[in-house]
Write a protein that binds this ligand. Structure first.
Ligand SMILES: *Cc1c(COP(=O)(O)O)cnc(C)c1O
Length: 432
């Protein structure tokens, strides 16, 4: 960081500020995590200089011997981690991984059946403001109003009604696991492809703490920076069944391609140019970490912490969507407390607790206000917090939400947050 400090004090100061913010706030945004120093080092490396359009052994540029090895290692580790037949580690983000899946699997105007954004789904699963909803005919399924959970009978009825080309699974705010077998049998019944977007839960899936979609979905996408705890980025995977079921497709030249090659073409040249080799190196580093035993311990603790926090909130009279969680996040419906998501997010922010407002299923507020907040355990579990601290956090959040406008409460809670953060140090590489 010394060269940065000398050359560009303005940006250096901001990095210092952000390091301090990360060190001294309770990071409870469910999609965020703290990458290791080794991962961050690989990202801030000379590999950012290298163009490597194409794939290892088949590049459009010279001088790719080293980055070929890097990408091969990243792919091999990812395959091992998820038991995949084939992976592509080049997508710049979760959204671009998804863009490649659409390009490979659907023609514009065809129908996608996806998880409703307002029930926890993601923008890239057919939202009208996203390319997926603009270029494709998006239909949706949602959760059961009584249980807050997906109901496979409702989803089957929707699939029979809209006859989708592809069915998507995966969400940003759904606290429960999925019945992949049932999804696959519905997909088979209506002749659709099945795509699972495990962006949020990839880490928990890698360690077997949640069910494995790879044997059931034709294709799986993920981000690498959420529970997987790698650098910001995306990835596409195909399991054994996906490959066998789709088999081979004839390309224009008449040569047969396997399913993995179809997705490779959809990433490059289909939707991206040169891969970010520094990020791919960082992906390799984080996959190496995820293959270690302590990563399994980490995921177990992430799940335990979310469950402990859920139980504590329910004990204090909060309404949780689906009455709890199977994974790393909880979704609180604040309506019985006379609050909305915006008020809660703002008050908690003033108390050094970072969460995000979130729509709850059948929400009566707009997306800018919302009736809920989403809280995740991955980041603070990385810092070493356990069940007792997560229960303490639930109590702190309750203090703030009881008096959201009270500056004294904000101040008191902020001090408690500081004490907690001091007990579980994070980064020291910018601030001394
Ligand atoms: C986070 C997320 C994405 C998008 O990832 P980006 O890297 O932000 O593009 C896609 N799908 C789901 C389900 C997500 O939660």
């Amino acid at each position: 960081m010394k060269s940065l400090q000398e050359q560009d004090a303005q940006i250096f100061d901001l990095l210092e500020k952000e390091t301090d913010r990360q060190n001294y706030n309770l990071e409870l945004i469910a999609s965020e995590n703290f990458a290791s120093k080794a991962t961050i080092s690989a990202m801030g490396s000379v590999l950012t200089n290298k163009y490597a359009e194409g794939y290892p052994g088949k590049r459009y540029y010279g001088g790719c011997e080293v980055v070929d090895d890097v990408e091969d290692i990243a792919r091999d580790r990812a395959k091992k981690l998820f038991g995949a037949d084939w992976v592509n580690v080049q997508p710049h983000s979760g959204a671009t991984a998804n863009a490649a899946v659409y390009l490979a699997c659907m023609k514009p105007g065809e129908t996608l059946l996806g998880f409703d954004l307002s029930h926890g789904g993601h923008l890239t699963h057919g939202s009208p403001v996203n390319f997926s909803g603009i270029n494709y005919n998006a239909e949706f399924y949602g959760v059961n109003k009584e249980t807050g959970r997906l109901d496979m009978n409702i989803i089957r009825d929707r699939a029979l009604e809209v006859k989708p080309t592809m069915i998507s699974i995966g969400a940003s705010a759904y606290p429960r696991d999925y019945d992949y077998e049932a999804f696959r049998s519905i997909a088979d019944e209506v002749g659709a492809l099945l795509w699972m977007d495990m962006a949020h839960t990839a880490g928990l899936i890698a360690t077997g703490n949640l069910k494995d979609p790879l044997p059931h979905a034709h294709v799986v996408t993920t981000t690498t920076h959420k529970t997987l705890r790698g650098p910001r980025g995306g990835m596409i995977l195909v399991g054994k069944d996906g490959e066998n079921t789709i088999g081979v497709t004839a390309s224009k030249s008449g040569r047969t391609k396997n399913w993995g090659e179809v997705f490779d073409s959809a990433v490059f040249p289909g939707t991206q140019g040169g891969p970010l080799m520094h990020v791919i190196a960082a992906k390799a580093v984080s996959f190496g970490e995820a293959l270690q035993d302590d990563f399994k311990e980490y995921q177990i603790q992430t799940q335990k912490n979310a469950k402990a926090m859920a139980a504590k909130f329910m004990e204090m009279g909060y309404n949780l969507v689906s009455d709890g969680t199977d994974n790393h996040l909880i979704l609180i419906d604040l309506r019985n407390k006379g609050l909305n998501g915006k008020i809660a997010e703002d008050a908690l922010g003033k108390s050094a607790i970072t969460v995000n407002k979130n729509m709850v299923p059948f929400d009566t507020e707009s997306p800018f206000v919302t009736s809920g907040i989403r809280i995740g355990s991955p980041a603070m579990t990385t810092r070493g917090l356990k069940e007792a601290e997560f229960e303490q956090i639930a109590v702190l959040i309750d203090h703030v939400l009881q008096k959201p406008e009270d500056a004294d409460t904000h101040k008191k809670v902020e001090q408690e947050v500081r004490d907690l953060c001091d007990r579980f140090p994070l980064y020291d590489f910018v601030t001394a």
